[in-house]
Design a binder for this molecule. Structure first.
Ligand code: HEM
Length: 517
């Protein structure tokens, strides 16, 4: 009896999914782009959780579809599917929603720029609403309101604070090393980069000064049971669970352990945010609080209390992991490319004030651009429209049905050999620098979309660049990096969890040695 119920349910699910797949295929044929068919997609919550256990499928004769089924596949696929089809767009057909993968820079810029026409799909972005609507999840006039408030926190004055804090953090980090040739495991380095970027954000945005040396955000303050770092790591790892159970109020007696843990962690994060607000320091906090006060006054530029917490949360989520993984990947790449490392290091003068230090460290900035070109933080950005739209893709007008996902494939755009040359697969920061009248400058003919484009471009772009440059110049001025064997291979075998990550299994046994110059 039980078995027949299970089999019937299974048959219903399979039939329903097959029906959707066929219906989507018929619709995709009308779009007219080359098609890739996949039975499971990163849009399926169960596939997100269990899909990685089926990676062996790709080695089977009919398993080629697997590589298109997980979130972040574009980082591994790069430009190869476009090369295979000789196009700049193809449609991925699944039982979920059809997804047009765009790697035509002009078309991508248009989709990202026309933010009112091409919106962020609610089903995807609502995972970031755990604490309330925010700049990342809102649309239209609401988004303009959020964006104006948040922009107050990202002024030039704030970049100076970022520089000062990041230089101080990097110095404290190096001071913890005991010897002239200090070896650090990749696992520790991952933790170090997370600590530095969390501390910089706390200082520049939230007005709280934590020292790298004494554990800072990893310490548990009075009145708390978990450190802020632990709380944020938990929330980052459980972002989907937090969203899925947002409105679930189970009685404590029947609440599963994981949900009880999530509830307690959310409560604790609220407490941390509340304490930040009561201190009232930092450019972000001040601007959020002022906007919340405006709500009571009926002013146009306001944030509700929920939106205030929503924005505090999104800034923490968007601002820490992105910069820290880009620093970790660059450290690894510098260690495995000694000549490029020297090329960057020889350009670094005294790491001084922001005003002189930042603009002159262009080779550091080149290294960051190149890391993000090859291993982008947000490799594809999905958009859709409630109406039928036409996009010009490589000179051809393509009609996109309403609510079809159109994904700006930033990784694809960064790997088009016609733009980047035959050495497109190489990590080569030198490509970003040109010499004009014997003076080095950024190569203006190249453009990177890693921070997105148009009005919804990342507001933390310069914040992250300043932080990255301050940390790298402080380090390379004093130390040379040497990779343990196998580190490049470990990096090549990276995975994607919110941002690119070296796989847990590969990180063990790997290290970088820092040798005093
Ligand atoms: C290497 C560093 C970073 C990269 C590559 C990056 C990339 C991006 C991208 C691609 C988007 C657009 C997302 C989308 O359209 O779905 C975005 C949005 C955003 N980023 Fe960043 N980001 C970085 C650092 C930061 C930092 C340091 C902060 C804050 C301190 C930040 C805050 C935000 C916010 C609030 C948004 C939403 C903006 C809006 O929708 O108007 N990011 N970022």
């Amino acid at each position: 009896m039980f078995l027949s119920i299970i089999l019937t349910l299974l048959a219903v699910v399979v039939t329903y999914r097959a029906f959707r797949l066929i219906r989507n295929y018929i619709e995709a044929r009308k779009i007219g782009l080359p098609i890739v068919i996949i039975p499971f997609t990163w849009q399926d919550p169960l596939w997100i959780i269990f899909g990685s256990n089926f990676s062996w499928i790709q080695h089977l004769p009919f398993g080629k579809w697997y590589k298109y089924s997980y979130l972040g596949f574009v980082l591994h696929d790069r430009y190869s599917t476009y090369e295979r089809f000789n196009t700049k767009a193809f449609t991925v057909v699944s039982p979920g929603k059809n997804e047009v993968m765009l790697a035509d820079v002009d078309a991508v810029t248009e989709v990202l720029g026309k933010y009112k026409k091409w919106q962020r799909p609610r089903a995807l972005y609502s995972i970031f609403t755990t604490f309330g609507e925010n700049v990342d999840t809102s649309e239209g006039e609401d988004w303009q309101r959020h964006r104006k408030v948040i922009s107050h926190g990202f002024r030039e004055h704030n970049n100076k604070l970022v520089w000062e804090s990041a230089t101080k953090q990097a110095t404290q980090w190096m001071e913890t090393w005991e010897s002239q040739a200090h070896e650090r495991s990749m696992r520790t380095l991952e933790d170090d980069m997370n600590t530095i970027s969390a501390n910089v954000l706390m200082f520049a945005g939230f007005g709280q000064d934590y020292s790298f040396a004494d554990g800072g955000l990893k310490n548990i303050p009075q009145g708390h049971t978990k450190s802020f770092a632990e709380v944020m790591t938990f929330m980052l790892r459980n972002v989907i669970l937090a969203w899925a159970t947002k409105d679930l109020n189970l009685p404590k007696m029947v609440e599963p352990k994981k949900l009880a843990q999530l509830r307690a962690t959310k409560q604790e994060l609220f407490q941390y945010f509340d304490e930040s607000l009561r201190r009232g320091d930092g450019d972000f906090v001040k601007s959020f609080m002022e906007a919340n006060e405006n709500e009571k006054k009926g002013a146009r530029q306001y944030l509700t209390r929920d939106e205030l917490f929503g924005n505090m949360y999104i800034v923490q989520l968007a601002g820490t992991d992105t910069t820290s993984y880009s620093m970790l990947f660059t450290l690894t790449l510098l260690a495995t490319h000694p000549e490029t490392q020297e090329w960057v290091a020889e350009s670094i003068g005294e790491v001084d004030q922001y005003e002189d230090g930042y603009p002159t460290a262009i080779r550091c900035a080149a290294a960051m651009h190149e890391t993000l070109r090859v291993y982008g933080a947000a490799p594809s950005l999905a958009r859709h429209s409630p109406n039928v739209q036409t996009i010009n893709i490589a000179g051809q007008k393509v009609v996109i049905p309403a609510r079809t996902y159109v994904s700006a494939n930033l990784s694809g755009c960064s790997h088009d050999p016609k733009i980047w040359g035959d050495d497109v697969a190489e990590w080569k920061p030198q490509r970003w620098i040109e010499t004009v009248h014997e003076k080095e400058q950024f190569n203006k003919s190249l453009d990177l979309l890693a921070w997105s484009a148009g009005p919804r471009i990342c507001p933390g772009k310069k914040f992250s660049q300043v932080e990255f440059t301050a940390v790298m110049s402080s380090l390379l001025k004093s130390y040379r990096l040497e990779a343990s064997s196998g580190l490049q291979e470990a990096l090549d075998d990276f995975t994607f969890e919110v941002t690119p990550k070296i796989k847990r299994s590969r990180i063990d046994g790997m290290s970088i040695k820092f040798i005093k110059r």
